[in-house]
Design a protein around this ligand. Structure first.
Ligand code: C5P
Length: 302
């Protein structure tokens, strides 16, 4: 028996960051959107544990750890422990399409997909609430990868609540070979904002833009508190944003903690035109995608 589960990358339409909490994490008020760039995680029965990863030619396989540090392995151990099991048995494989260390929560998507696939493979019937709770222990973005769609995230990002979103938003994602460290970007945010409020900024205007399906209003209200920190650490990114906006994107911004830059477009055709301009300029990995899409879900079982 093999279960293949697909889980989406995310974009933060709004990433409001507050002053660090006592545990070192930052309180967030974020609006996530799941987009159609997905990883597939397959789980088959096996006497032991093994993990392999397949990558497209633009992802360096060395960037994905396959040892005990891999988030899929941690997801397996945590799910097993939740059910009082001490050993994990499965042949796991990840087919990656989401940029690694790109600010699009690729590792979180893999963890969410692994939880859903193993829950089926091991016939555990874990409740949705328990899966979300386990996901939150694995990482701040993992619960969102389970629910997908468009959602409000609070706490350190792990408390998620769906947001009604009937539109289709067209995005271009410009990826970079060298990833960025999320903790380093947050640390620099702290240096830039020693007096940050414990309350992250609200997303009310952006939520209103989504409610009425107005792409220009959404473009005007996109917000990422980590953007300046990411620009300081990677000055080339500001030029990437300026170029995309010059080529007709309504708005560009850093995705999460970067370095992937995402651009909102008025239509699919506009998104393709912006992507072509980036390709002609020499950017090798440029994705045209749309959101919202579903969270982690079974795509094949055989
Ligand atoms: O939760 P996750 O494993 O994705 O977080 C990775 C790192 O990002 C954390 O160790 C922390 O340095 C930083 N982070 C943070 N505040 C958040 C989420 C992440 O400081 N709300």
């Amino acid at each position: 028996m093999t279960y293949t589960v697909r889980a989406p990358a995310k974009i933060n339409l709004h990433l409001g960051v507050g002053a660090p909490r006592e545990d070192g994490f930052h309180p967030l008020l974020t609006v996530y959107q799941a987009v159609g760039v997905c990883d597939d995680v397959s789980m088959s029965r096996s006497a032991g544990w093994s993990l392999r990863v397949d990558v497209p030619d633009w992802i360096d396989p060395e960037l994905v750890p396959l040892d005990g540090d891999n988030i899929v392995h941690r997801a397996a151990l945590l799910l097993a422990a939740h059910h009082g099991l001490t050993e994990v048995h499965a042949e796991a494989s990840i087919a990656k399409q989401i940029p690694v260390a790109g600010g699009m929560a690729g590792g979180s998507a893999d963890a969410a997909a692994a939880l859903v696939a193993l829950d089926r493979l091991w016939e555990l019937e874990t409740s949705d609430d328990d899966l979300l709770q386990i996901a939150g222990v694995l990482g701040s973005d993992v619960p969102f990868a389970l629910i997908g769609g468009t959602a409000l995230g609070t706490g350190r990002g792990e408390l998620v609540e769906p947001v009604a979103d009937d539109a289709t938003w067209w995005w271009v994602a410009v990826c970079h070979d060298v990833g960025m460290s999320t903790p380093a970007v947050y640390r620099h945010f702290d240096e830039l904002h020693p007096d940050a409020s414990p309350e992250p900024p609200s997303a009310d205007d952006l939520l209103e833009a989504i409610a009425v399906g107005d792409v220009h209003a959404l473009a005007a209200t996109l917000h990422n508190d980590l953007q300046q920190a990411a620009f300081d650490l990677r000055p080339d990114l500001a030029e990437v944003i300026a170029f995309g906006e010059g080529e007709g994107a309504l708005r560009g911004m850093i995705s999460g903690s970067g370095p992937t830059c995402v651009f909102l477009n008025e239509s699919a055709d506009d998104a393709r035109a912006v992507a072509s301009a980036f390709s002609e300029k020499g950017h090798e990995t440029v994705l045209v995608t749309h959101g919202p899409v579903a969270g982690a879900h079974v795509v094949t079982y055989a």
